[in-house]
Structure formats: structure tokens, C-alpha cells
Design a protein around this ligand. Structure first.
Ligand code: MG
Ligand code: MG
Length: 254
């Protein structure tokens, strides 16, 4: 049984969620053709540390950077590198913070310059699938209700829903119980109770759902090498409707 968070803990998670949201927006401002993903990592790490927090990805299971920067066919866990972003790419930025003993964790997939219509649809559908999942993160529902909402929406567009990775609870540890898959059956899985804090993070492929792990043991690629998108928010389960602890509202604004 997952212990719901106290209101004090939720407040600390909200502070982390706020910083993560602002960091994603800061990185988003820097995304452009000609920029390396290493430069985006530097933007994020500097912003997080300037606000008195620590990038919780850095050193996590040996992860070498403060963000995951996953370009095009990389689903998640890409290492920031000297790769130079080019017009038409997409880059998923996943990042987190540790502040006062609690964690933040969110992700957004940015278009680099102009992207083609199919890519735009992949981004829009993946983001909307996340919000459909959040709408199910209500006390009395089950984890399978979230997964079903994400899966049924994404698959209705013919996209592939990655099953090898999933969302998670969050608190003192970045990854806590329960696992939150992006597929499932309504009414199945652990029950959602008021005060549970979870990260919902659909990873949706333009083509088939198959993925493979790169030789570095981290980067997850689509098997067909088509693009993949990833959006993540932290929410607290409530009666009636979930409350977001992180947001995309700062992205694209100054
Ligand atoms: Mg996560
Ligand atoms: Mg994440």
C-alpha cells in the first residue's frame, strides 16, 4: 500500500515542481538549430543550482548529466552531447530537482525550428495523451485507468505506445511506487488515493511501439528509427480532479 503524502510533503513537491517547470521553460528558450544538447544541459544545471536546488538526474544510477536530451528516434535517457540540433528535429528534455529532501521530475518535447505536420501531430497527441491520463488521476480510480486513457488516445492516431518504461510515484525518492504504465485496462492496478503524488509520462512513437537499448546502456531508441515524443508532469491525486504540481504554462513565455 502506497502511503499518501502529507500536505507539508505535497508543498515541498510543489516547490520542486515549480522549479522544474521554470527550468524546462528556460531550456526551451535555448532550443534552436545550431545549439548542442550539451549546451542545453548547462542551461538547466545552472538554472537549477542558481535556485538553490540540485539536479537530481546527475549521478542517478551513474547518469552523467543534469538532463536527458533525447533527439528524434531516442525515446528517453539520451545523454547530452556535442550533437548540433537542426531544423526539423525534436528533442525531449527530461529533468528533475532535489530541494529540501524532495524531488521534482518533468519532461517536454520541443520542436527545433519548424517541424513537418506529422511530427507536429505526434507532439500534440503525446501532450494531449498526458492530459487525458491526468484527468483519470482521481481518488477512487486505479492506475490502469490512467494507462488506458493514454493508450486509447495515442493508439487512435495509429501511434505506438512504449511499454518498457513507465511513470512512477515521487517523493523523497524520484522513483517510488506505484509504477504508472502508459497502457492498461480500466479498473485494474493499484487504487489511487487522495494525496498520492505521481509522475505521468507518456512515451509515444510515430511508428511501432518497439524499442531497443543503445550500447551505452541508457538511451532507448525506437526499433523502426521513427521519431518518439515524451511529456511528463507531476500531479497529486485528489478527490474530483488531480492537482498539477508542475506545469507547461511557462514554456514559450517570458
Ligand atoms: Mg519520471
Ligand atoms: Mg522525468
Amino acid at each position: 500500500m502506497v502511503r499518501p503524502k502529507t500536505e507539508e510533503e505535497i508543498e515541498l513537491l510543489r516547490i520542486n515542481g515549480e522549479l522544474v517547470s521554470r527550468t524546462l521553460a528556460e531550456v526551451g528558450k535555448a532550443v534552436a538549430p545550431g545549439v548542442t544538447t550539451k549546451e542545453l544541459d548547462r542551461v538547466a544545471e545552472t538554472f537549477i543550482r542558481d535556485h538553490g536546488a540540485v539536479p537530481n538526474f546527475l549521478g542517478f544510477d551513474g547518469f552523467p548529466s543534469s538532463i536527458c536530451a533525447s533527439v528524434n528516434d531516442v525515446v528517453v535517457h539520451g545523454f547530452p552531447s556535442d550533437y548540433v540540433l537542426k531544423e526539423g528535429d525534436i528533442v525531449s528534455i527530461d529533468l528533475g530537482t532535489l530541494y529540501k529532501g524532495y524531488n521534482g521530475d518533468s519532461a517536454y518535447t520541443f520542436p527545433v525550428g519548424e517541424v513537418d505536420a506529422d511530427t507536429r501531430q505526434l507532439l500534440d497527441v503525446t501532450k494531449e495523451s498526458l492530459f487525458r491520463g491526468i484527468a483519470e488521476a482521481v481518488a477512487g480510480h486505479r492506475v490502469g485507468d490512467i494507462g488506458h486513457a493514454v493508450q486509447s488516445y495515442a493508439e487512435s492516431f495509429g501511434f505506438g505506445v512504449v511499454r518498457e518504461l513507465e511513470g512512477h510515484g515521487i517523493g523523497r525518492k524520484m522513483h517510488e511506487e506505484p509504477g504508472v504504465p502508459n497502457y492498461g485496462k480500466p479498473g485494474r492496478g493499484p487504487k489511487l488515493v487522495d494525496g498520492m503524488t505521481i509522475c505521468i509520462e507518456p512515451m509515444i512513437n510515430a511508428g511501432t511501439r518497439g524499442v531497443y537499448l543503445a550500447k551505452n546502456g541508457w538511451a532507448v531508441h525506437t526499433a523502426d528509427h521513427r521519431k518518439s515524443a515524451h511529456f511528463e508532469l507531476t500531479v497529486v491525486v485528489r478527490h474530483g480532479h488531480a492537482e498539477q504540481l508542475s506545469t507547461f504554462d511557462y514554456i514559450g513565455k517570458d
